[in-house]
Design a protein around this ligand. Structure first.
Ligand SMILES: [Zn+2]
Length: 288
């Protein structure tokens, strides 16, 4: 399929491109809808700010085509406060309550129009705690089946162990082996491999002796193998924004890893279509 045909094909699934006539047709066929969420945040000097959005959206649209469900517009911002870097500009973050309110309103709008299963799919791990609160609120307040799905690379690394070379080099973390492979597949023209190098996180010097920062997480570190959480800024433990080894990345790897994720997601969505759900409250909201 050439690019023009592919765009045409994708348009059929993108609510943003449709009129209400086609959305009505979708609602006759399914009550499932996908809501892709990404981020605009630094990913080191080699990947675009929008990689979580590009990759998250790619997974959604490809899975939607296999499962025959529509896709709401991408939200290209997320909860990225710990990526704000004084000397490495570009990150745009939403506060937790802003993200909650935007996602909640999107959910209520879709439920108002007849969708009963709202699948929030995030390409950025740190959106997940907010998504958790949104899906609980939507379920309790409307009866909808609101689902949170992480189309992110940390999850991929567990499911694709056999495809990964740098298992000990945080393959699923920020701008590492998997994410860079995804970028080489999804937005190859935006990748600057000439600027990147393998970088693993370092332990901030202010932590009590015996502490080790051995993951890319914005919260986790270990004290003598005991997990403890602290709200780090990423520049405190990663100088460049890279955590992993981007030089192990390849387009072929991206194709295999993301292909596997898309198949799994599509299989879940197909089964989700058959689950009966009753909406108890459609009106939204009381305070326009
Ligand atoms: Zn990312």
């Amino acid at each position: 399929m050439n690019t023009e045909d592919k765009n045409k094909e994708n348009s059929k699934y993108r609510i943003f491109d449709l009129t209400w006539v086609e959305v009505k047709e979708w609602l006759k066929k399914t009550d499932v809808v996908l809501v892709p969420i990404g981020s605009t945040e630094q990913h080191g000097p080699g990947l675009p700010m929008g990689i979580d959005s590009y990759a998250g959206y790619y997974v959604c649209i490809e899975a939607a085509k296999k499962a025959e469900v529509p896709v709401a517009p991408l939200l290209p911002y997320g909860y990225s406060c710990f990526h704000m870097r004084p000397d490495e500009p570009g990150t745009i973050t939403l506060r937790d309550e802003t993200l909650f309110n935007v996602l909640y309103d999107i959910g209520r709008s879709l439920i108002y129009h007849g969708f009963k299963k709202i699948v929030f799919s995030t390409g950025h791990t740190s959106n997940a705690p907010t998504v958790d609160r949104v899906i609980r609120a939507l379920r309790y307040e409307t009866g909808a089946m609101a689902v949170g799905y992480a189309a992110d690379t940390e999850v991929f690394s567990e499911l694709c162990e056999d495809l990964i070379e740098g298992k000990d080099q945080l393959p699923g973390w920020h701008a590492g082996e998997i994410e860079t492979s995804g970028a080489m597949l999804i937005c190859p023209d935006l990748v600057r491999l000439d600027r990147v190098e393998k970088t693993l996180p370092t332990t901030p010097g202010y932590l009590p002796g015996g502490s080790v920062k051995d993951s890319g997480s914005g919260f986790g570190f270990k004290y003598k193998d005991f997990p403890i959480r602290f709200p780090f800024d990423q520049w405190e433990y990663s100088k460049t924004g890279i955590m992993g080894n981007p030089h192990l990345a390849s387009r072929e790897k991206g194709e295999k890893i993301y292909g596997r994720m898309i198949d799994l997601f599509a299989e879940f969505l197909t089964k989700l279509k058959a689950v009966p759900v009753e909406i108890t409250k459609k009106d939204f909201p009381e305070r326009f």
